[in-house]
Ligand binder design. Structure first.
Ligand SMILES: [Zn+2]
Length: 227
């Protein structure tokens, strides 16, 4: 019986998706949780800068990059909980950020989402909203064009690819949001996708407060992204 139990234990116990050590019930082992905490940007550079204002929890590198890859490409959607909560915690601890917002995840094309099984931006946003109390509008926007990955494209190519790729979703078609929109994504690179979304929302007289992202890529991409 004891042998059977330990065999069952072996099957039921899961391992940390980042380092493969046995887990104690959380989504990540303690060592990986600590390493992830170290990925948080200093508050002074994290917050609400630029046009549109951008809130970026961390830099897209190291353990944070690894965690996002595991979430998206290794089918570990449970990682959205610790990551989304970290964003929400930091948001709540930061003075001067807007208080009443409707969070709109950058949508995935339905076909791509069917393949992956989830939209990671939406999963993260859900936990972010749990903590901040903001309402979530997962169908505020929809993707109507199945674009290829934008990584590695020139700014012009990105713009062409993204043209009319995003449309107003069912919920905003029925009724515009009551509060300004906070666009929400897992990774912020040049901002071309969010700019496309902002332009669309503005066409429909829907105000956008800014953008929140788990990680932004380092380097001159942000300044290059400003037209
Ligand atoms: Zn670990």
């Amino acid at each position: 019986m004891r042998l059977l139990n330990s065999v069952l234990d072996l099957f039921l116990r899961s391992n940390c998706p980042l380092c493969d050590r046995p887990l104690q019930g959380d989504e990540l082992c303690l060592a990986c949780q600590r390493r992830l905490n170290d990925c948080q940007q200093p508050k002074s550079v994290q917050q609400w800068q630029g046009t549109p204002p951008l809130f970026a929890w961390g830099i897209y590198q190291g353990d944070l990059k690894r965690a996002i890859a595991a979430l998206k490409y290794e089918n570990q959607p449970q990682l959205a909980r610790p990551l989304g909560y970290r964003m929400g915690e930091t948001w709540q601890q930061s003075p001067g950020l807007p208080k009443s917002l409707v969070v709109v995840p950058i949508p995935m094309h339905p076909e791509k989402q069917r393949q992956r099984g989830f939209n990671q931006a939406e999963c993260l946003a859900r936990y972010f909203c749990h903590l901040t109390g903001f309402s979530l509008a997962p169908k505020g926007l929809k993707r109507v064009k199945n674009t290829q990955a934008l990584y590695g494209l020139t700014p012009q190519q990105r713009q062409q690819t993204l043209q009319r790729a995003i449309a107003l979703g069912e919920s905003f078609q029925r009724r515009p949001p009551r509060h300004p929109v906070l666009l929400f994504d897992d990774i912020y690179t040049t901002g071309s996708t969010t700019r496309e979304a902002i332009a669309l929302l503005q066409q429909h007289q829907i105000p956008v407060a800014g953008v929140a992202t788990l990680a932004k890529t380092q380097g001159p991409s942000r300044s290059r992204s400003t037209p």
